[in-house]
Write a protein that binds this ligand. Structure first.
Ligand SMILES: [Zn+2]
Length: 261
């Protein structure tokens, strides 16, 4: 069964977000075949909300130095091969493939703007003021701005492990943040506020059930989560359990660093 624009539009419409800004995360593969491909999904989304932002992160700009500050969830000097392949950031650098194809489709849309953080940029349409809040010191500021404007998180065929907004809530909740380094054209820049690991984020489901709207397209689930409520739920949970939402992998450097912090 091929998914069409009207399948998407009708179901996204049921989420009731036509007057809201959203941050969207998507796996188009989860929907099977979409008539017209990612552009169809993007158009259905744009026609169902007031404005949209997506992460267009570029991890290939990252450099792992030989030495650096302690408790940073990293093994210094371990990725010399990756360092050799690192590329300096430029404004039109494509979003990483691991972000999925939709952020890159958004970034290339004629009406889209993109912020200039060398690792954690966002692209958006009708969301300039949101994008403009980002700084090198506060890479996830757009998520706070979105929450202040009654924004929502949209999870299209993906789960909370890709829900970047949970990282913003972790920071607000006082969780350890990391420093990473990125290549610009003429120098290497230190990027504070790099978040932890997201493998444990599906544990958030229980706490945001009340603030989640759901629709299905075929078998594929689309969830909308009220952003401010999500942030508050995560911060509250971190107060109760400082180890909440960490993953269970013993070799996870960032979760281990958080446990020891
Ligand atoms: Zn982990």
């Amino acid at each position: 069964m091929t998914v069409t624009y009207s399948d998407l539009k009708i179901n996204l419409g049921k989420l009731g977000l036509s007057k809201n800004l959203v941050i969207a995360h998507a796996s188009l593969k989860a929907f099977g075949e979409i008539e017209g491909g990612p552009e169809t999904m993007l158009n259905a989304l744009l026609d169902s909300v007031r404005g949209v932002v997506m992460p267009t992160f570029t991890y290939k700009t990252m450099i792992n130095p030989e030495i650096g500050p302690p408790k940073n969830g990293i093994t210094y000097g371990a990725e010399t091969d990756l360092n050799k392949m690192a590329e300096p950031f430029y404004p039109d650098m494509p979003a990483d493939k691991m972000m999925g194809i939709l952020p890159e489709t958004l970034r290339k849309h004629p009406k889209a703007k993109r912020s200039s953080h060398p690792i954690q940029s966002f692209a958006g349409i009708h969301a300039d003021a949101i994008l403009n809040t980002q700084t090198i010191y506060n890479p996830l500021a757009p998520i706070g701005a979105l929450a202040d404007q009654d924004g929502w998180v949209l999870l299209l065929g993906v789960d909370h492990r890709v829900n970047t907004s949970i990282h913003y809530a972790e920071k607000l909740g006082g969780r350890l943040q990391f420093i990473r380094w990125a290549m610009l054209q003429d120098r290497i820049v230190e990027c504070p506020g790099f978040p932890g690991d997201s493998e444990g984020f599906n544990d958030v489901e229980l706490f945001v059930e009340k603030y989640t709207r759901r629709v299905h397209i075929g078998e594929t689930l689309i969830r909308a989560v009220h952003l401010k409520s999500l942030i508050n739920a995560v911060v509250d949970q971190l107060k109760e359990n400082p180890f909440a939402f960490l993953c269970q992998r013993k070799d996870c450097e960032r979760c281990t660093a958080v446990r020891w912090s």
